[in-house]
Design a binder for this molecule. Structure first.
Ligand SMILES: Nc1nc2c(c(=O)[nH]1)N[C@H]1C(S)=C(S)[C@@H](COP(=O)(O)OP(=O)(O)OC[C@H]3O[C@@H](n4cnc5c(=O)[nH]c(N)nc54)[C@H](O)[C@@H]3O)O[C@H]1N2
Ligand SMILES: Nc1nc2c(c(=O)[nH]1)N[C@H]1C(S)=C(S)[C@@H](COP(=O)(O)OP(=O)(O)OC[C@H]3O[C@@H](n4cnc5c(=O)[nH]c(N)nc54)[C@H](O)[C@@H]3O)O[C@H]1N2
Ligand code: SF4
Ligand SMILES: [Mo]
Length: 695
């Protein structure tokens, strides 16, 4: 007898509804849930690969303790006690900051991680908290905080209702959308193209650029000039259309005066984009009944990420599209992420020890993590706690970081695999399958292009020898609290916390109602709410935040300068069958042709005397790696493209399939010194490199 079970997919921001056929408490088939009002039956290969994750023999289920290069299984109570005591002992001897934490991406996808981590992190009292947010969306959070007063007051493109979508540095056809939860994005973009226009600005003619009405190639890292030129072109055509914002704007004239005074110079030279093209885009953007400008990874993880995100907000604002249907407007979620009792964010309350980089939202940029471990002195990091993160493959100078992890006094990981990072841990605590847990997507419902609510209920109980994510985090916090003699209050189970969250949101929607709606609830399109929810001290939109005005005044004109030693620019890419660094152990995803190659324009390849299929050396000023190269017409000349998340062939990694997957670590090459100055976010894209034949 088989049953049917419905649950939202936790593997990317699209949170598609899945329909699982279940036998003996295990999913045996998965398809898109046609009755999910939001995802309408959409599923991608990763959704199906949940079958592989569930059956993966390499997946850990009980605590593992390392003895040299061997691992032994131990009991949960012993594991918690040991972890608590080791961390407390290191702090007693070397101070609180000697214990660092790194929090990875999957935390955001599991309520039992996200809601329970803060208790443990608060108990640790360390300034050295790092996360994947600073190799990702910090520029967005910084700009939200600076302009709107809350890190999560995030305007989202109203994709279903806009007529003109200017998209920079995003490839939703591969990523399924980011900071814009939109399952089934291809269908929705096609509908938009029928109605209006999608313009994609990207150094590569990506899958999304191929679908788009227009692709505008741009030199990596030069978007800031493009956006300044665009604002100037818009202002030449129209006064700011800001009547609807009344007296709720602070500093707009000041910001526009300074931006207007920036000399963009020869745009073609700087960005590879003709001035006439920017003029036409300005014209079209202003003429469109409803328009939106949006930028993602490609413009966040680059040298001017924060300036780009600020300029994008201003473009939506001065064209009258901010907080407007069909433009850019925040979701008002049922489980609140903003408002009373939530963390609006803060900046610069402390600085990193070595480079003096400012804290943001209680964390330091992960680009500072390696040097905090490697530089001796008081406050040096000697122990690391990782939770659902793989910084060796995901953060700057990951290969050097790997070496450093091997030298730590103690490392504790909450993770489901022995991988490139956790192989260095002394203790790994694996959470039970997400299918055993209650889950509410507090983040991605809040970033969705429609108003939604959905509770995910367990498919089965966890086994007696397993522990849920929230039980592990509670267990660690309690054990550490006991060992360090700090007061720690473990939190109640997820269904209780979710219920409390719903009550705080005052939507009137209850846990029982959600439990009775297994496909989730669609509560309608986005409605303007930003202006009434501003959390700035002034109560107004801060159009000219000092941090960004300063960054603008320091913007130097070096964008087009080419270093003869490293003449090419490296950018990343994603594929529908990838998930950052950790799903290459799923048979369904790794089958078929390899996807790790370095892509290069045929003319660049010929100029270097290389041929497709050859193995080449790819070097930055930090390190070099070896990869296979492929000619690709879709690349902008001078730009090469490599996906991140590869490089699994490392000793001690226990990933049977992934270890067979070829490909090298992009982040061996990335430089912790290359950051977006205002936020501290890593500039992973636009990295100067050279490609050489291996002789
Ligand atoms: N060069 C380059 N680097 C990049 C990027 C890029 O585009 N280019 N992208 C960046 C971005 S956007 C991000 S978000 C980061 C991601 O950076 P990370 O979050 O550090 O890396 P992931 O690959 O997501 O690793 C997830 C880890 O969580 C574990 N895991 C998976 N599911 C669970 C679970 O349910 N519970 C627990 N406890 N563990 C689990 C996996 O085994 C793995 O160790 O990478 C960044 N790095
Ligand atoms: N299948 C799959 N889906 C994923 C992930 C995954 O690994 N695999 N990761 C998830 C995560 S953690 C995230 S954060 C999201 C990210 O989702 P997206 O933001 O859509 O990220 P990418 O697909 O990396 O697309 C970034 C685009 O920016 C372009 N780009 C690079 N440099 C520049 C530049 O300087 N300027 C401009 N204009 N463009 C540039 C690249 O060519 C690329 O097409 O995806 C999520 N979804
Ligand atoms: S697009 Fe794929 S990975 Fe993302 S939520 Fe949907 S099924 Fe899961
Ligand atoms: Mo990400």
């Amino acid at each position: 007898m088989s049953e049917t079970y419905f649950r939202a997919c936790p593997l990317c921001e699209a949170i598609c509804g899945l329909q699982m056929e279940v036998k003996d408490g295990r999913p045996v088939a998965i398809r898109g849930d046609a009755n999910d009002p939001f995802s309408r039956g959409h599923i991608c290969p990763k959704g199906n690969a949940i079958l592989d994750l569930e059956a993966d023999p390499d997946r850990l289920r009980v605590p593992l303790r390392r003895r040299g290069s061997e691992w032994e299984e131990i009991g949960w109570d012993e594991a918690f006690a040991e972890a608590g005591e080791r961390l407390a002992a290191i702090q007693r001897e070397h101070g609180n900051d000697a214990v660092a934490a790194y929090v990875g991406n999957p935390n955001v996808h599991h309520f039992g991680h996200l809601a329970y981590l803060p208790t443990l992190l608060r108990a640790l009292k360390s300034r050295n908290v790092f996360s994947a947010s600073s190799v990702d969306q910090w520029p967005h959070q910084l700009v939200n905080w600076a302009m709107y007063g809350h890190q999560f007051l995030l305007p989202i493109p109203d994709l279903d209702h806009t007529d003109y979508f200017l998209m920079l540095g995003a490839n939703p056809l591969a990523s399924n959308g980011s900071l814009m939860t939109v399952p089934d994005v291809a269908k929705r973009l096609k509908a938009l193209i029928q109605r209006g226009k999608l313009v994609v600005v990207d150094p590569r003619r990506s899958e999304t650029a191929k679908l788009a009405s227009e692709h505008c190639p741009i030199r990596p890292g030069s978007d800031v000039w493009f956006l300044i030129a665009l604002i100037k072109a818009m202002l030449r055509r129209s006064a700011p259309r800001v009547e609807a914002y009344g007296d709720q704007l602070n500093g707009l004239a000041q910001a526009l005066t300074v931006i207007g005074a920036v000399e963009v110079g020869d745009l073609q030279l700087r960005c590879g984009v003709e001035q006439s093209r920017v003029e036409r885009i300005a014209e079209e953007f202003l003429a469109a009944p409803r328009a939106v400008a949006y930028g993602r990874m490609g413009v966040s993880t680059q040298a001017h990420g924060s300036l780009c995100q600020w300029l994008l907000q201003l473009i939506n604002l001065i064209s009258g599209n901010l907080d407007r249907e069909g433009g850019s407007l925040p979701n008002h979620p049922v489980l609140p992420l903003t408002g009373p009792g939530t963390s609006a964010g803060h900046y610069g309350r402390w600085r990193s020890r070595v480079r003096r980089l400012p804290e943001f939202v209680g964390e330091l940029p992960v680009s500072a993590m390696l040097e905090e471990m490697a530089t001796p002195g008081p406050g040096q990091v000697r122990a690391l706690f990782t939770c659902a993160g793989n910084p060796v493959l995901s953060t700057p100078s990951g290969a050097a970081l790997s070496e450093q992890l091997g030298k730590l006094d103690y490392m504790l990981s909450v993770d489901i695999y022995v991988n490139e990072t956790t192989r260095h841990a002394h203790l790994i605590l694996p959470p039970a399958s997400f299918l055993t847990q209650y889950h509410y997507d507090s983040v991605f419902n809040a970033f969705a292009i429609r108003q939604l609510a959905r509770l995910n209920t367990p498919l089965r109980q966890r086994a007696a020898d397993e522990r849920a994510d929230w039980e592990i985090l509670n267990g660690l916090a309690t054990a550490f609290g006991n060992a360090a003699q700090r007061e720690v209050k473990p939190l109640p189970p997820p269904q209780v916390l979710i219920g409390m969250g719903l009550a705080a949101g005052r939507s009137g929607i209850t846990l029982q109602q959600l439990e009775a709606a297994p496909h989730g609830l669609d509560l309608g399109p986005l409605k303007p709410s930003l202006l009434s929810r501003l959390q700035t001290e002034s109560g107004k939109v801060e159009c000219a935040p000092a941090l960004l005005m300063n960054a603008l005044s320091e913007l130097s004109a070096d964008a087009a300068q080419i270093d003869a030693q490293f003449p090419l620019r490296l950018i990343g890419r994603r594929h529908v069958r990838s998930n950052n660094s950790w799903m290459h152990n799923a048979q369904r995803l790794v089958k078929g042709k390899p996807r790790h190659e370095l892509w290069m324009h045929p003319a660049d390849l010929a100029a270097a005397g290389l041929q497709s299929g050859q193995r080449v050396r790819l070097a930055s000023d930090v390190a070099e790696i070896e990869v296979e190269v492929e000619a690709d017409e879709a690349m902008m000349p001078g730009v090469v493209c490599l996906p991140h998340g590869f490089g699994h062939q490392q000793p001690g990694v226990r990933l049977r399939l992934a270890s067979e997957v070829k490909g090298a670590n992009y982040n061996a090459l990335t430089d912790p010194a290359r950051i977006d100055a205002p936020s501290g976010n890593a500039a992973l894209n636009g990295l100067p490199v050279r490609v050489e034949r291996i002789v």
